[in-house]
Ligand binder design. Structure first.
Ligand code: SAH
Length: 219
């Protein structure tokens, strides 16, 4: 039996609304972001065995040693991305389950998403088709190099943490564009925001975070 988009019981709208209240308690304020999270079926992006936990504010395993990000983190990064007003083109590095991609696709004109683990990308693409997210374009590659052919981007969001900043990402931002990226070793990571002003980049350190590492190459 395939899971329904609307969900029942632990995946119902009531359960999703409870998550929205938790996000509000964690100071997520952008109503567009909250309403997209409320209407996006996160349970479709995790294994069926975990679907009853899909609306808890936790990250969950998605196989291949990777995780679907915690809803709070997805909300926070999306809110930061939109903080200067509406944007059109976003690059996401680390498609993973495709959940963050799905949230972005409802809030911006086009999402370009890059993933280095083929089976994860294939599964995520099935979800985009199922949910008719026609403004998502994906690529199987090492996203540390960005996606030069599609650059420049209004914003870039990285959902895995490098220890050293991949500078090609900065070069692929429009003037005024933002890069949101977790950085650092396991246990010592921080969420950073870079904003391009001409050929300078303003850096802001936001909060302590915990992400899987950004790895090189494809598998
Ligand atoms: N946004 C995803 C997060 C998945 S975890 C979600 O909510 O499901 C981070 C993902 O980044 C993993 O799928 C991992 O394979 C991917 N990743 C790590 N290094 C990468 C790289 N260099 N290029 C592209 N993807 C990468």
């Amino acid at each position: 039996m395939s899971l329904s988009i609307n969900g029942v019981g632990m995946t119902s709208q009531r359960t999703r609304d409870r998550l929205i209240n938790i996000l509000r308690e964690h100071q997520i304020e952008n109503e567009d972001v909250l309403s997209v999270i409320a209407s996006t079926p996160r349970h479709l992006f995790v294994d069926e065995a975990l679907s009853s936990r899909a609306y808890e504010n936790i990250s969950l395993p998605i196989g291949h040693g990777q995780t679907i990000s915690q809803p709070y983190m997805v909300a926070r990064m999306t809110e930061l991305l939109l903080a200067d007003g509406p944007i059109k083109r976003v690059l996401e590095v680390g498609t993973g389950s495709g959940y963050q991609t799905a949230i972005l696709s409802k809030l911006v004109f086009s999402v370009f998403s890059v993933e280095r683990i083929r089976p994860l990308l294939d599964t995520a693409k099935d979800k985009f088709r199922q949910l008719k997210l026609n403004n998502v374009l994906t690529r199987y590659s090492d996203g540390g190099w960005g996606w030069p052919e599609k650059a420049p981007f209004d914003a870039i969001i990285v959902t895995a943490a490098p220890e050293v900043l991949p500078t090609s990402l900065l070069e692929q931002l429009v003037d005024g564009g933002r890069l949101i990226i977790p950085m650092g070793k396991k246990g010592e990571q921080e969420l950073l925001l870079f904003q391009r002003v001409g050929n300078k980049f303003h850096k802001k350190t936001l909060e302590k975070v915990s992400f899987v590492p950004l790895l090189k190459g494809r598998t």
